[in-house]
Structure formats: C-alpha cells, structure tokens
Design a protein. Sequence first.
Length: 262
Amino acid sequence: MEPPPPTHAAARPNTHARPGRRPWLLAGAGCAALFAVLLPLVAAGWGPLMSLDHDIADGLHRSAVNHSGSTRTQRILSDWVWDPWTMRALLAVVAGWYVWRGRWPIALWLAVATAAGTVVQQGLKAAVGRDRPQWPDPVDSAHYAAFPSGHALTATLTCGLLLWLLAAHRVRRPWRGLAAALATVSVVGVGFTRLYLGVHWATDVLAGWLLGVALTAVAVLLCPTVPTPYDTNAPAATSAPEPPHRRQPPDGDHHPHAPDTP
C-alpha cells in the first residue's frame, strides 16, 4: 500500500551555507602576531633588519633611476590605480549600492571599517615616526611618516572586505577566483610600486600587509548578517491533502452511494 501523501511540502535544504569566519580569523591572528614582533624591531632600529631594508631600497632605486619608462608606469599604478583614495572610493561605491538596496547595516559596516583602517595607519605613523628613504635623485615623493605603508594597508583591507562580501553573497566560484586573483595582484603590486619608487622601506610595506589582514579579520568578525537569495529557512506554504478518490464501480450507471439491487 502506498504511504499517505505528506501534509506539508518539504522545505528546500540550505545547500548554500554561509562562508566560515574561522579561516579569516586565524589569518588575522597570525598576521597580528607577526606585526607585534615586527613593530618593536622597527621602532628600535634593529641592525640586521635595517640593513636588509637599505639593500632592497638601494637596488630598486637604481633600477627606477635607470628605467624612466618603468618608473612612469609604477607612478600611474601607485598614484592613481592603487592609491588609497581610489580604494576608499571603491568601497564607497559598494556602500552606496547597499544603501540603495536598503541594507544600511552593511553600508555602515563598510564605512566604519574604512575609517578604522585610516585611523590605525595614521596613528602608527605618528607613534613610530620613521623617516622615509632619502635620495639625491628621487623619482617620487610622499607625505607623512613611513611606517606602516598606507597604500599597502588600504589595498589589503579593501580587497579583503570585498572578497568577504563576495563569499557571503555566494557569488559563483569562477568569479570569486577571478576577484581573488585581481586582489592578489593589487595587494602585491601596490607594495612593489612603493618600494620601486623609493618612498617606503620593505618593512613598511610588510607592516601594511600584516595590519591590513588583521583589520580585515576584525571586520569579518563584526560583520552583520549579509542577506542572500538563499535565506529562505521558513517552511513552504502548507497544503491540505487531497481526499482519496473512491473507486467507481465498473458500471458507470450506478451511483456510488446507491444500493445494489438484484
């Protein structure tokens, strides 16, 4: 005998679970620990580390002076494509999209995370007060103190926030892979441009990367729920079972309730 029909339609299983925060938090904790080691070494001017900084800066500066075409390209990338204000403008556009969609908590979260990154970098620059490299024939200039690199920190934080939102919205993996590749090129590329143009030491850029990952992890931890098209955990609408059809007698002229007559 066939089982009776169900009284409720089965709810669709949630095969699009939200991305885990644990990998982000582990990465952030690791980067924060490395930064905690790097900061006192830079502040104390530890000899081996300072020597490595100078060796890297000297080699790249010679190349920048001798290859003017490459230097112009690096300046365009550093001052326009990967500039901190470009990164902040990109996040502002994303925040504006969330406002237009009526998702104010996410927009506010983006604004606070961006402001926190700026406050942290400027506070550390003022506290450490590290001088930038000085050259008799500079190819570029920059303001404020050197440590940490604001370009590296802002690019890392921006790319990290955007990658988290793509994962939270369950964007298809090929697109997320492409975004991750572009983010990697941007974060590594902006760090290289700052070194090539002779406006930062290698440890400044490293500190910017480490802080950017750590701040992204904190932001991910505090991120409000990101609505997705798959947030349908409520059961589907119920429907009353249809009454079983009574078997009609072979002779269609007889009424089903009429008594049989001899």
